[in-house]
Design a protein around this ligand. Structure first.
Ligand SMILES: *Cc1c(COP(=O)(O)O)cnc(C)c1O
Length: 451
């Protein structure tokens, strides 16, 4: 399938190494960073970017890296997609900012219309726009508490919902996200994640036993009438690319409905086509009451949203939601362009195609003496869990070595997981088969080199 990228961008879609990665100019800039930038910001690969287009990042030393990260699932339409870039430039010339709470503009309304059209379910829906993913999660909780008059929020083990005070409390992993940052927001409770690969009594029991534990938490420990929302990532992201097993989401949604609890799907990483459906909940035929969207929503510009049942969204009185930059007009213009690209170029189908190419390659790396313990994910959100061969013991150092071997060969991959032992692949959905195959060759060599 050809996309507009093949003809419009002037960064050749190929891997090219001119220096070591990182090269001398990147090293110099990274040195400067140390004295000006707070150490609290980590970096996956200390390479400075000069340009990025499609699935290729050009660094300041002239190296061309294949991007299997998409800026953490953001540039699904490819970096600097021409339609996004043109929409941003035109909107920036027309009006950069007025604040939607001060004077209105149609881009905000159009993005809300697009999201209410795309979100699952045929009921009346409304949307609200914000800036970051964490802000969308915070606002989903505000709306849920307002609509139910209840306070408790249930999240899962291995969850990631952001870095603000409330979303830190909702996030599971201590280091690096929470350590030393407490006290945390109250009324956040955690049920076990149905993490099939590590479920104590076997993967086949994960969905039912995790669901039972959740119902016990809600009905016995909290009292269902105190619970405002159950917030779940349909495919857990930072926690290790853990897909919720078949049936689990439907059971949780039905249980929530029975008890007047709102079912909130955090689709910030898994949404906008990434998993081979517009939203990952669709794989299980589940219709959430509220959904959070961000990352890939605006093709690289900061924009997030809560979309859900109109009567729930309207529970908050005028003035209760907002933000100075919420739904910034330039970000809205970018979102409308990105949504147009996702639909016109069938990037949802493209995500399924990427899975059909990449998953067999990753599966082929498994074996009795291989460090690849599990291959999982959905669509173009795929991962390998790295363990000591023949066991399920996490191997974070081997994981790091695999990622570094990929980086050295010019393929940008990310790691994740509670045990820091998951290699995750998030290619832009517009990546060509040729480039994807070249990147997978590199990943394969990296895994074999550490085995
Ligand atoms: C990235 C992410 C967030 C937080 O988004 P930010 O824009 O970084 O605040 C929340 N939930 C999920 C599932 C995410 O992947």
């Amino acid at each position: 399938m050809t996309t507009t990228l093949d003809t419009l961008i002037d960064v050749p879609q190929q891997r090219l190494l001119r220096t070591a990665v990182p090269g001398p100019r990147s090293r110099e800039l990274h040195g400067r960073r140390a004295s000006a930038v707070a150490d609290g910001f980590g970096v996956v690969l200390p390479v400075f970017v000069e340009r990025a287009a499609g699935a290729v990042i050009v660094d300041v030393d002239g190296n061309q890296l294949i991007d299997l990260a998409s800026g953490i699932a953001v540039t699904s339409v490819g970096a600097s997609h021409p339609r996004v870039a043109e929409a941003v430039a035109a909107q920036a010339r027309a009006a950069t900012h007025t604040c939607f709470m001060v004077t209105e503009y149609d881009g905000f309304v159009e993005v809300c219309e697009a999201l209410t059209r795309l979100a699952p379910g045929s009921h009346a829906k409304k949307a609200a726009l914000f800036t970051t993913g964490a802000e969308a999660v915070e606002n989903a909780v505000k709306i849920a508490r307002s609509a139910t008059g209840r306070q408790a929020v249930v999240t899962l083990g291995h969850a990631y919902h952001g870095r603000t005070l409330l979303t830190m409390a909702m996030t599971a992993k201590n280091t690096p996200y929470k350590d030393g940052f407490g006290p945390f927001a109250p009324e956040v409770y955690r049920a076990p994640s149905p993490y099939a690969y590590r479920w104590p009594t076997g993967p086949e029991n994960a969905a039912t036993e995790a669901f039972e534990a959740l119902t016990e938490l809600v009905t016995k420990q909290l009292g269902a009438h105190n619970v405002a929302a159950i917030v779940v990532e349909p495919v857990q992201g930072e926690g290790g690319f853990i897909p919720m097993p078949a049936g689990y989401l439907a059971s949780v949604a039905a249980f929530a409905k029975e008890h007047g609890i709102l079912f909130v799907a955090d689709e910030i990483q898994s949404g906008m086509g990434r998993t081979g459906a517009m939203f990952a909940v669709e794989h299980d035929g589940v219709v959430p009451d509220l959904m959070t969207v961000a990352k890939a929503l605006a093709g690289g510009m900061p924009l997030s949203a809560v979309v859900g049942r109109a009567e729930i969204m309207d529970a908050v009185a005028p003035g209760g939601l907002g933000g100075t930059y919420a739904g910034n007009p330039v970000a809205c213009a970018a979102a409308l362009a990105a949504i147009g690209v996702i639909e016109d170029e069938d990037l949802v189908g493209r995500a399924r195609h990427i899975e059909s190419v990449a998953r067999p390659r990753l599966e082929s790396l498994r074996g009795p003496s291989s460090p690849v313990g599990d291959v999982r994910g959905r669509g173009a959100m795929l991962a390998m869990e790295i363990v000591r061969p023949g066991t399920r013991e996490p191997e974070p150092l081997t994981t790091k070595a695999i990622a570094q071997a990929c980086h050295a060969e010019g393929v940008l991959v990310l790691t994740c997981g509670t045990f820091d032992n998951v290699i995750r692949l998030l290619p832009p959905l517009v990546i060509s088969d040729r480039l994807l195959t070249d990147a997978l060759d590199v990943v394969e060599r990296a895994v074999r080199s550490v085995a």
